[in-house]
Design a binder for this molecule. Structure first.
Ligand code: HAM
Length: 435
């Protein structure tokens, strides 16, 4: 028996009956981004592994455990073999492209968006995939360091989720402060956690050494208990960072965006500074983050694109699978209709003949050339089987071509909703169907 192949673990086929929901979401995103002044960018789905390591942090979980690195087959330089990885997220690639194209020389603020597949070698579970899709934005430039832009980006994420049909979600925000503040915070945490190391899970013991912030959002019950008693304030933030964070909150209040300040929100990627946020949904189980983002003022500098360190940035990414999961299985009539045909042609010949079939084939081509969505059956089946097929496609009309119709030069057009039928002259068919 031949081996049957299955879709790889943690990846999905998006079948035609589901694609309309994806298209609706993408269309909404394109519309909203236009309204907010963001332009689309498309970067490759793989980049140098080092770009991700440098951007997300060599000690982050994504880089340490989840990178899907490409192995090139065949002969070749060893050096050349494992240097590329599938992108685990979009931010690093976009900053790479921003620098490579000297975009800062052209404008002081660049607002970009992207929609596409991302890849992480995670242990798959509900809502956690190895290939998933994100809708994201990045606002980058010397003119981006403004608390009101943080508020715009957060508002944009909220707007996208609401328009996607998500009614209830929770927005949590926090500030990590400037890089100096982050270091002070790490020091405070290390001091406070040192005596509790025995109570932490194995992962967190490891995080204590390599990524101490992540202990704060560990889901292990024992770790949560330890963290609860840490009494973390925002004293590690400088006056300036506190002022910035207050302004972000004030701007959100002005726009009436409900939020909760969560000192435990730290995020898993190293590039964040100042504002971070996460939006969680209901009924999604443990993987309930619909999207997340924040400010990353050091990344352009870290990647060599900004000697003076004045190019800041802020952005977010939403998980498309999670949005579609949260909005359920609802395919609207409108979405269904976009997949339907205008007309399905049924042809009837005497046994061994192909006259009607050929006329149908020619007409099919003319209809399509006239922008009418049309199809026919390539199997010369019975009238009954062709009509059944016409029905299944959800076609608005059915056009019947038989011997009589060929002689008259007028074909029978049946309205599949009302069941009414009439003869229509060949030259009037497109006009009649288009109404
Ligand atoms: P992230 O929190 O790693 O941030 O991912 C953003 C969103 O992508 C998550 O909230 C989730 O909805 C979705 N997501 C992530 N991993 C998976 C997965 N394995 N399966 C399904 N969905 C997933 C980023 O990626 C940052 N680049 C966001 C950002 C942009 N920050 C600034 N700019």
């Amino acid at each position: 028996m031949k081996k049957k192949f299955s879709v790889a673990r943690g990846t999905n086929d998006i079948l035609p009956e589901e694609v309309s929901r994806w298209q609706t979401l993408e269309k909404k995103a394109h519309e909203i981004f236009r309204i907010y002044g963001y332009k689309e960018i498309r970067t490759p789905i793989f980049e140098e592994t080092a770009l991700f390591a440098r951007s997300l942090g060599p000690t982050s979980d994504v880089v340490q455990k989840q990178m899907l690195t490409l192995a090139k087959s065949g002969q070749g330089d060893e050096e050349d073999k494992n240097i590329f990885s599938l992108r685990p997220e979009g931010t690093a690639s976009i900053v790479r492209s921003y620098i490579e194209n000297s975009v800062d020389k052209k404008e002081s603020l660049t607002k970009l968006y992207y929609i596409g597949a991302m890849f992480r070698g995670e242990r798959p579970q509900k809502g956690r995939l190895r290939q998933f899709h994100q809708i994201g934005v990045e606002a980058i430039g010397p003119g981006s360091s403004n608390s009101y832009l943080d508020a715009e980006v957060i508002t944009l994420a909220v707007r996208l989720l609401s328009e996607a049909g998500i009614k209830t979600f929770k927005l949590k925000i926090n500030s990590l402060g400037a890089p100096g503040d982050k270091e002070i915070f790490a020091g405070i945490l290390r001091e406070k956690l040192k005596s509790h190391l025995n109570h932490l899970c194995e992962d967190c013991k490891d995080r204590f050494e390599r990524n101490i912030f992540r202990i704060l959002d560990c889901k292990n019950k024992e770790c949560e208990k330890v963290v609860e008693h840490l009494d973390l304030g925002q004293s590690h933030l400088s006056q300036e960072s506190q002022k910035y964070f207050k302004e972000v909150q004030q701007a959100l209040k002005v726009l009436k965006i409900p939020f909760e300040v969560s000192p435990l929100l730290v995020r898993g990627l190293d590039y964040y500074t100042h504002t971070v946020f996460e939006i969680s949904g209901e009924g999604l189980g443990s993987q309930d983050a619909l999207g997340a983002g924040g400010r990353y003022n050091q990344l352009v500098h870290e990647l060599g694109g900004d000697e003076k360190g004045t190019i800041g940035a802020v952005g977010f990414a939403l998980g498309m699978e999670r949005i579609l999961m949260a909005t359920g299985e609802r395919t609207t009539n409108n979405e269904r209709r976009t997949t339907n045909l205008d007309v399905f042609i049924v042809s009837l010949d005497a046994v061994g003949e192909k006259k009607a079939y050929e006329a149908a084939f020619k007409l099919l081509n003319d209809l399509r050339a006239g922008d009418v969505a049309a199809d026919m059956s390539y199997a010369q089946g019975s009238m009954k089987s062709q009509m059944r097929l016409a029905d299944k496609t959800g076609s608005r009309y059915c056009l019947i071509i038989g011997e009589d119709e060929l002689k008259e030069g007028a074909y029978t057009l049946k309205d599949m909703r009302s069941g009414d039928q009439k003869k229509v002259k060949l030259e009037n068919i497109i006009k009649t169907i288009k109404g």
